[in-house]
Design a protein around this ligand. Structure first.
Ligand SMILES: *Cc1c(COP(=O)(O)O)cnc(C)c1O
Length: 420
């Protein structure tokens, strides 16, 4: 059985800890399912990333869609991060977290008029446009508000990020960004519009990318475009590399951030621009676990099933992408191993966390930790099957902070009442 540990989630006397607290204590105190995050992990990841790019003008925008709890947003903002939002809802969260609008950038292939109006009224740093139509729409809205909007254009560099097709975004067959062939023409057209200032060039080639080469290829492609635009007198101020930096979920080599910096810094040193990054998963994934209790251990024919009290409603990634999440017990024991499917209680065959996984034999009532749940866990959660979302606990040394409570039945009916 694969056991993963890091400086923040580790075993001591065969018991899983988060920082200075045994996770089992949290499970008993707050119940399960339960998200547990480590503050020190988040801080270490951010600081390592930031330090790797020392020597160039840079700003890291935390991609809030990976973990949008307002405390997590605030934590990264306090460390110096800006925030990358993908919707009016995430913008609302970032503002509630106390983020300066001038530290917020807005991504997304399908921004609505309402979202553009809100972003411009709040005076965020910039909007990233992903199509000709969107460029014109932002210009129109900006004009009607009597302002000049700062925008960046997201260019699709058409490189293969060699990641899962569901999370690859930088191929020309993906819906994202502006085709690289049209990019120069659109930059020049956008620059002529009166209520726009084209200040940035932007890319985001996918997620869970472990190859430094993919970034190099894409950045080199856009660097060429950058030089052409500079020659045409377009005052590009920001070059945004996007996010997607991959982490370790199993036995893969995670993206080596120092190596990425080694390759990118020499390219960027020649530019007179500020470099933006938008990591989400890299900062949060392995800083969180989903703790769940074993309800039943059953056998259907030859197959073992471990039924737990968490489900696809808390962590959708296995169902959505067949993503691998390591699962390990809170208490290591010397029991023999079994091979089992770990499944939730939702009425869907796709509701599972692991298939044919080797685990140490555990019994109902014991707890499991599902690792790598700090990113795209809670933010993808739902109320399907009438399930209430779990709490989120941020551990800070020996102190657990409830940064979101468990949903109640009242939450489920918050905006619904009998009308007939
Ligand atoms: C999702 C997303 C990110 C963050 O991706 P990670 O894989 O979590 O780093 C950054 N930028 C954009 C535009 C995104 O859509």
């Amino acid at each position: 059985m694969l056991i993963l540990q890091n400086e923040s989630f580790y075993y001591k006397s065969n018991e899983l800890y988060c920082e200075e607290i045994p996770v089992g204590v949290l499970a008993k105190q707050f119940g399960t399912p339960l998200f547990v995050y480590s503050r020190s992990f988040f801080e270490r990841q951010f600081n390592n990333f930031n330090k790797a790019f020392e020597g160039i003008k840079r700003k890291i925008f935390f991609a809030a869609k990976s973990n949008f709890n307002i405390n997590v947003i605030k934590l990264f903002h306090n460390l110096g991060a800006g925030i990358d939002v993908n919707s009016a809802g995430e913008l609302y969260r970032a503002l509630k977290a106390g983020v300066n609008p001038s530290d917020i950038i807005f991504s997304g292939v399908g921004k609505t008029e309402e979202e553009i109006v809100l972003a411009l009224k709040k005076k965020i740093k910039l909007l990233k446009a992903e199509s000709a139509e969107e460029i014109f729409l932002i210009n129109e809205i900006s004009k009607s508000l009597g302002t000049v909007a700062d925008i960046a254009l997201r260019v699709n560099p058409d490189v293969d990020a060699k990641t899962h097709p569901y999370i690859s975004t930088g191929l020309k067959t993906n819906k994202f960004g502006i085709d690289s062939k049209d990019a120069k023409r659109l930059f020049l057209e956008a620059a002529k519009l009166e209520n726009l200032r084209v200040v940035g060039i932007d890319m985001h080639i996918g997620s869970q990318i472990t190859s430094v080469e993919a970034y190099k290829n894409a950045v080199e492609k856009l660097a060429e475009l950058y030089r052409e635009l500079k020659d045409k007198g377009i005052p590009i101020k920001h070059f945004d590399v996007g996010g997607g930096m991959g982490v370790k979920y199993k036995d893969e080599e995670p993206l080596n951030i120092e190596k990425l910096a080694q390759i990118l810094i020499p390219i960027f040193k020649k530019f007179d621009v500020e470099i933006f990054f938008e990591p989400g998963r890299y900062l949060t994934a392995n800083g969180g676990i989903l703790v769940t209790k074993i309800l039943y251990a059953k056998k259907n024919g030859e197959k073992n099933f471990i039924v737990v009290d968490a489900a696809m409603t808390e962590l959708l990634r296995p169902s959505l992408y067949k993503a691998y999440h390591n699962i390990q017990p809170l208490k290591l024991n010397n029991n023999k191993e079994i091979t089992a499917d770990v499944v939730g209680g939702v009425c869907e065959s796709g509701d599972y966390f692991a298939k044919d996984r080797k685990l140490t034999k555990t019994t109902p009532g014991e707890y499991l930790a599902i690792l790598g749940a700090g990113a795209y866990g809670m933010t993808m959660s739902s109320n399907y099957n009438g399930r209430r979302r779990p709490p989120e606990i941020l551990v800070q040394g020996n102190q657990p902070i409830v940064i979101r409570g468990r949903e109640t039945f009242e939450h489920l009916l918050y905006d619904e009442e009998i009308k007939i």
